[in-house]
Design a protein around this ligand. Structure first.
Ligand code: ATR
Length: 276
């Protein structure tokens, strides 16, 4: 019986138990996925208790993606480089940390818009936090140039300078990015702007888009952010945030079980859960 779960705070409406129960069912494995909410002030004590439980693996979400690192026995290169772990695999009592966010995002785009992965030349990332960093590193293996815009340009500069030179583009202010938006084949919104309870917010004005461009938002509550709605109205193709959540979960599940699942089969039901 696999023992899986999620640590974080708050965990209120997490879809992860539902996603992983479906993956367990698909693969015919027996197990359970529990929500383990931990108060930040109790973190180290609760982690010691978790070490004594016979877990097979668990996910880590805000605010512990960095805090978990000192408690690991080893860490995958990507997660180490990002300084953030969202998946822990337990083997022979040893904890190893991974980060599946960026590759989950990339896989979710590949599943819906494979042409973007192979043909996009210029990409704009909006934001420079942990999510932007994970996505930017996963994109680094593609043949494209990444520009970054952020409310605080110095954070964008820092992220850009950490990327391999081959993909490094330039940093733009939010205003500059809004004016140049139609130069990009792929625009990725990674900030929390537009998330419930403030769905009226938008990180940059979407006045013009390039023909066939893909606009993507990692926010999934609401399912369709104002950013995506406006991009769609201007003729862009759009990619929704819940797909990243779905595919990063499938990656975590594969790390725990070595089993591949079919995430796409869950999309419709996931959408009705998020809308409901
Ligand atoms: P995460 O790890 O989820 O990406 P984070 O590290 O706090 O979270 O980063 C949040 C991102 O959203 C940052 O790019 C942040 O911009 P700053 O670097 O200027 O803080 C961006 N962000 C958050 N609230 C914003 C707002 N109201 N307007 C514009 N950008 C915002």
């Amino acid at each position: 019986m696999l023992q899986l779960g999620l640590i974080g705070s708050p965990l209120g409406h997490s879809l992860s138990p539902w996603l992983h129960s479906n993956f367990l069912e698909q693969t015919g494995l027996k197990g359970e996925y529990q929500l383990m909410e931990i108060k930040p002030e109790n973190f180290s004590g609760e982690i010691s208790t978790l070490k004594d439980r016979e877990m097979n693996g668990f996910n880590v979400t805000v605010p512990f993606k960095r805090e978990i690192i000192p408690f690991l026995d080893s860490i995958d290169d990507r997660a180490s480089h990002l300084g953030a772990v969202n998946t822990v695999v337990v083997q022979d009592g040893k904890w190893r940390g991974y980060n599946t966010d960026g590759d989950g995002y990339l896989e979710s785009v590949r599943a819906v818009y494979p042409d973007i992965i192979s043909s996009a030349e210029r990409v704009l990332i909006i934001g420079s936090g942990g999510a932007a960093r994970g996505i930017a590193f996963s994109l680094s293996g593609l043949s494209l140039k990444i520009d970054i815009t952020n409310r605080t340009p110095s954070r964008a500069e820092e992220l850009l300078s950490d990327l391999p030179e081959a993909v490094r583009g330039r940093v733009l202010t939010l205003n500059e990015a809004a004016l140049a938006l139609d130069e990009y084949d792929w625009v990725i919104q990674t900030t929390s702007v537009g998330m419930a309870p403030k769905p009226e917010e938008i990180p940059i004005d979407v006045k013009k888009v390039k023909e066939d461009a893909l606009f993507s938002d990692i926010v999934y509550r609401p399912l369709e952010t104002r950013f995506l709605l406006e991009a769609k109205r201007k003729g862009a193709r759009v990619h929704y945030g819940h797909l990243m959540l779905l595919y990063q979960a499938a990656y975590s599940f594969a790390l725990w079980t070595n089993e591949e699942v079919l995430p796409a089969s869950l999309i419709t039901e996931m959408e009705s859960k998020l809308e409901g």
